[in-house]
Design a protein around this ligand. Structure first.
Ligand SMILES: C[S@@+](CC[C@H](N)C(=O)[O-])C[C@H]1O[C@@H](n2cnc3c(N)ncnc32)[C@H](O)[C@@H]1O
Length: 352
């Protein structure tokens, strides 16, 4: 397997191959059910044989009232080598991966499953026995940026996936500019990328319900780690990643629920930055209820952001990333971790 190991590492980048649990998807997707009726869903970084996004939408196809599910896989997917039965023996793939065939699967009907409640490899094949569901080889490598995948983006209504994190600077703008609805996994740090931050500031994208440390399945070639790593009874390796969150542009209730604030502003507790006229707020729980100027809050604040309560003004990071990156967050000569700059929109009744 050494050849394959090298291929996967070099082509996809080690950090891109972590696979989402079904429960992670279910926990988030249950809040968005109303958006899916009659819609075409695209999972554009998902091999049906390994992706729980495919599994989730196949299992819930009828319950959600989906019109169509389109899934495309990428050439370097570690399990793409298991696709041989579709294409006959002549399609045999070498151990170094040559000859692999990325493909798309389009599902328009899910009925009469074979009695199992869990989809597995045979169930994908089962779905494809229905002539309304088709598997087609892609011309290219299944890159979400390729012309044929962009055509699928045009065709769909909603994109849902866990994309390669190494390509977030391209992936998120492509979605955000597409005019489509989306719900994708990401990392809190991605928010502060200049290619992404302005969508948050302009209220074109926000965080979903769940965030924090999530466990993901990883391929066998991932090395063991002392922390945030485990191997289950089936030998499956797992890694736990921190600061994981969902990015979406679908309206959800929590983004309209204001934070309850109890702390009161004092200049001693909330110092002003040396570099910018804003106060430093250490944690979300410490946001003062009675300060009307600009505040520097942790990036995790965005998981609680209520657009009616606060305005996102910019960020305090390097002071140079973009026109919204105002300054380094420095207090008494000491640089703090990057901050989101917010300003109160609502005025407390007691202040009227
Ligand atoms: C973080 S993994 C998640 C896989 C799957 N969506 C899931 O959640 O289980 C990202 C996937 O994107 C694939 N990928 C990497 N680069 C890609 C690209 N340029 N276009 C499409 N997919 C890509 C990787 O092979 C990997 O399978």
């Amino acid at each position: 397997m050494a050849g394959n190991d090298n291929l996967h590492m070099s082509r996809a980048g080690k950090t891109d191959e972590f696979y989402t649990q079904l429960s992670t998807i279910e926990d988030e997707l249950r809040h968005y059910r109303k958006y899916f009726k009659g819609k075409v869903v695209l999972c554009n970084c998902d091999d049906p044989y390994e992706s729980n996004f495919f599994k989730y939408f196949a299992l819930n196809f009828n319950a959600l009232g989906l019109k169509k599910l389109i899934t495309t896989c990428y050439a370097t997917s570690p399990v793409i080598y298991t696709q041989l039965s579709f294409f006959g023996e002549e399609e045999t793939v070498g151990t170094s991966g040559e000859g692999r065939k990325p493909y798309k699967i389009e599902i328009t009907e899910v009925k009469g499953a074979n009695g199992d409640t869990i989809f597995d490899l045979s169930d994908v094949e089962y779905l494809l026995k229905n002539d309304k569901n088709v598997l087609t080889l892609l011309e290219g490598d299944g890159d979400f940026r390729s012309a044929e995948c962009m055509e699928l983006l045009k065709e769909c209504d909603i994109v849902v996936t866990n994309p390669p994190f190494s390509l977030m600077k391209e992936y998120i703008p492509l979605l955000a500019e597409s005019g489509k609805m989306f719900l994708v996994l990401g990392n809190m740090n991605h928010i502060t990328f200049k290619e992404i931050f302005h969508y948050f500031k302009e209220n074109k994208m926000w965080l979903g319900y769940n965030s924090g440390h999530f466990w993901f399945m990883v391929p066998d070639y991932y090395e063991e780690k002392k922390t945030d790593y485990k191997q289950d009874e089936n030998g499956q390796k797992w890694r736990r990643l921190g600061n994981i969150c969902w990015f979406t542009n679908m309206d959800i209730d929590i983004r309209h629920q204001p934070l309850d604030l109890y702390k009161h502003y004092t200049p001693e507790v909330y110092p002003t930055y040396d570099t910018y006229d804003a106060i430093h707020v250490k944690t979300v729980a410490e946001i003062p209820c009675d300060y009307n100027g600009i505040m520097g809050v942790p990036v995790t604040y965005l998981a609680y952001h209520c657009n009616e309560q606060f305005e996102i003004i910019g960020e305090l990071k390097h002071g140079s990333d973009s026109k919204f990156d105002f300054a380094k967050p420095i207090i008494n000569g000491k640089e703090k971790y990057m901050r989101i700059a917010i300003k109160k929109k609502t005025v407390n009744k007691s202040e009227n």
